[in-house]
Ligand binder design. Structure first.
Ligand code: KIV
Ligand code: ZN
Length: 543
C-alpha cells in the first residue's frame, strides 16, 4: 500500500472533476441557495480547482438562469473552470442553457434524455426510435451554440447496453465531446458499473474521440465505489458533489473520490488537479450555506475523520501517525491548531494568517472578521486556527442581514420558565420583543419570531463545539421550513459563538434572513427560485 506519497503524478492519467454541487447537490431537499450564495460557492469551487462547475439548470427557473449567468461571467473568466448548464433534450431548454453559460470563457451545454425502457414507457411515452432521434437532434442543436457538449443517457444503468451504444454513437456523430453514464437511481454494483463503462468504451464507435464520464447516486451506498470502478474501467471525468449532497441519498462525494484516487494512486494510476488542502474548508462552506450537516463520521471531511478515541489507537498514533491514519489531516486542510494570534495581534497579521489558512477575504470582509476575532480574543484565552477558520467561514457564508441581532438577554434555571428578550435591527428600524419558552433557545427563537414577520417551522437544530475547553466556540446549524407557502421550502442557517444561546439565535436568524431574501427574489421574478419536487421543470420529471 502506498499510504502517503503518491505525489509523483507524471506516469498517472488525469481525471476531470465535474462538480455538480450547485445543480444535483442543490436538488437535495432543503438546499435552496440564493443567487449570491451560489456565486460564492462557485468561487470556492474555482479555488478548489475543480475542472467543471455545473452551475445549475437554467430552464428550471429565472433564479437558476440568473445564477448560471452570474457564475459564467464572474467565476468562468480566463483561467477559470468550464461552466456547464444542464438542459433536457429540448430546444427551449438548450437555448436557455446557452443563455446561461455563454458568458464563460469555457462554456459547456450538458443535455440529457432517459434511455431505460421503464422511463421511456412510463415517463416519456416515447419509443426507442424517438429517443434516438431526439438525442441526436438535440446534441446537434447544442453543438450549433457551443463546441463543448456533454450528453447523458438518464437511468443509464437500467438501460439496455445495446440501445445505449446506439444512442451514444449517435450523440458522438452529432458532436458530443463528453459522454456521461448516470446511475440515476443508485442501482448499480461496483463490478457491474465498471463492466458497463468498459463495454460502452469498447463498443461505441468513435469512443476514442470523447471523454467518458461517471455520475453515480448513493441510494445503496455505492456512489463512490461505483465512481472509482468507472474510472478504473476507463472513464476520465467524475461527476461529484461536495459532502455527497444531492437528490435523495445524494451523489458520489467529491472529497471521497479525490482522496481515494490520491491515497490509492498505486491502484488507480490516476490523479486530479484538486487542491486537496481546501477540501475541509469547502465542505464547511457548503454545509453552512445549505444547512446540511456533515455527519461526524463522514469520510475525509467529517469532524471525527481524524479523531482517535481508543487507547490502543492513541498509543499507535503517538508512536507513528501512519499506524492509524492513511491520510494526513493537513493534506485535506484540517488546521494544525497551533496558537498563532492573540488579542494584541493586528489586522495585517490576522489577514496573513487567514490567507495561510486558505481564506481570501475582501477588504470589507477582513475588517468584519477581524472585529469578530477581537471580540473572540477578549472572551477566549487562546484563539486557535480552528477558531479562525470558523470566523472566516461565518464571514463568507453569512446571508444578507435583513434582520441583525443587536442584543439578546436570557433568564433560565431549574425549575422555571425560560425567558428571552431580543433586540433586532431590521427594515422597520430597531425593535425589541420578549418571549417565554421551554428552554432559553426556544424562548429566544419565539422572541425572534415576533419580530421578523415570516412564519416558519424549526425542523433541525444541531450544536457542537469547535475545540475542547469550557471557552470553546459553539457552532450551531438550524434548518427551518417556510410554513405559509405551498412549496414549504427549507432554509439553513449557521452561527458560532462562545455562548451557544447567542450562536443559536444567530443561526436561526441566518435561516430566516435566507427565507426572506428568497421570498423577495420569488416576488421579483414571479416564480420560485428553484423548481420544487414534482414540478415539471425539475430534473428527472420531464425529460
Ligand atoms: O442522475 C442523473 O441522471 C442526472 C442527469 C441529469 C445527469 O443527474
Ligand atoms: Zn444525478
Amino acid at each position: 500500500m502506498n499510504g502517503f506519497d503518491t505525489s509523483g503524478n507524471e506516469p498517472y492519467a488525469p481525471v476531470r472533476i465535474f462538480d455538480t454541487t450547485l445543480r444535483d447537490g442543490e436538488q437535495s431537499p432543503g438546499a435552496s441557495l440564493t443567487v449570491p450564495e451560489k456565486v460564492k460557492v462557485a468561487r470556492q469551487l474555482a479555488l478548489l480547482k475543480v475542472d467543471v462547475i455545473e452551475a445549475g439548470f437554467p430552464a428550471a427557473s429565472p433564479g437558476d438562469l440568473d445564477a448560471v449567468q452570474q457564475i459564467a461571467e464572474e467565476v468562468g473568466g480566463a483561467g477559470g473552470p468550464i461552466v456547464a448548464g444542464l438542459a433536457r433534450a429540448s430546444a427551449t431548454d438548450i437555448d436557455k442553457a446557452w443563455t446561461g453559460v455563454s458568458g464563460a470563457e469555457k462554456p459547456r451545454i450538458h443535455t440529457f434524455i432517459a434511455t431505460s425502457d421503464l422511463h421511456l414507457e412510463r415517463k416519456l411515452c416515447m419509443t426507442r426510435g424517438q429517443v434516438l432521434e431526439k438525442a441526436s437532434t438535440m446534441v446537434a442543436h447544442a453543438k450549433n451554440y457551443c463546441a463543448d457538449v456533454e450528453f447523458s443517457p438518464e437511468d443509464g444503468t437500467r438501460s439496455d447496453p445495446g440501445f445505449l451504444v446506439e444512442v451514444l454513437s449517435a450523440a458522438i456523430e452529432s458532436g458530443a465531446t463528453t459522454l456521461n453514464i448516470p446511475d440515476t437511481v443508485g442501482y448499480a454494483m461496483p463490478g457491474e458499473y465498471g463492466e458497463l463503462i468498459r463495454y460502452l468504451i469498447g463498443n461505441t464507435p468513435g469512443s476514442d474521440d470523447v471523454i467518458w464520464s461517471v455520475h453515480c447516486h448513493d441510494d445503496l451506498g455505492f456512489a463512490t465505489a461505483n465512481t472509482v470502478a468507472g474510472l478504473k474501467a476507463g472513464a476520465r471525468q467524475a461527476e461529484v458533489t461536495m459532502n455527497g449532497i444531492g437528490e435523495r441519498a445524494g451523489n458520489a462525494s467529491l472529497e471521497e473520490v479525490v482522496m481515494a484516487l490520491y491515497t490509492r494512486g498505486d491502484r488507480f494510476g490516476l490523479y486530479t488537479g484538486v487542491e486537496k488542502d481546501r477540501l475541509v474548508q469547502t465542505s464547511r462552506i457548503v454545509s453552512n450555506f445549505t444547512g446540511i450537516q456533515v455527519p461526524p463520521n463522514k469520510a475525509v471531511v467529517g469532524p471525527n475523520a481524524f479523531a482517535h478515541e481508543a487507547g490502543i489507537h492513541q498509543d499507535g498514533m503517538l508512536k507513528d501517525q501512519r499506524t492509524y491514519e492513511i491520510m494526513r489531516p493537513e493534506t485535506v486542510g484540517i488546521p494544525r491548531s497551533r496558537l498563532v494570534l492573540g488579542k494584541h495581534s493586528g489586522r495585517h497579521a490576522f489577514k496573513v494568517r487567514m490567507e495561510e489558512l486558505g481564506f481570501t477575504l475582501s477588504e470589507e470582509e477582513t475588517i468584519d472578521a477581524f472585529n469578530r476575532f477581537k471580540e473572540l480574543a477578549d472572551l477566549k484565552k487562546t484563539v486557535t486556527d480552528a477558531d479562525l477558520s470558523v470566523l472566516a467561514r461565518q464571514q463568507i457564508t453569512d446571508p444578507e442581514a435583513v434582520h441583525d441581532l443587536k442584543d439578546l438577554q436570557v433568564a433560565c434555571g431549574q425549575p422555571g420558565m425560560s425567558t428571552a428578550t431580543v433586540r433586532l435591527a431590521g427594515p422597520g428600524g430597531t425593535e425589541t420583543a420578549a418571549a417565554i419558552g421551554a428552554g432559553p433557545v426556544d424562548a429566544a427563537f419565539r422572541a425572534i419570531d415576533q419580530l421578523v414577520g415570516v412564519r416558519s417551522t424549526l425542523i433541525e437544530y444541531d450544536v457542537h463545539s469547535v475545540t475542547a475547553g469550557i471557552d470553546a466556540l459553539g457552532e450551531v446549524t438550524v434548518r427551518i421550513r417556510e410554513s405559509d407557502s405551498e412549496e414549504g421550502r427549507v432554509f439553513g442557517g449557521y452561527g458560532a459563538d462562545t455562548d451557544i444561546i447567542a450562536a443559536s439565535a444567530q443561526a436561526y436568524l441566518a435561516a430566516i434572513n435566507r427565507l426572506i431574501v428568497s421570498k423577495r427574489a420569488v416576488a421579483a421574478v414571479g416564480e420560485p427560485a428553484k423548481a420544487q419536487p414534482g414540478g415539471s421543470s425539475r430534473v428527472g420529471h420531464g425529460a
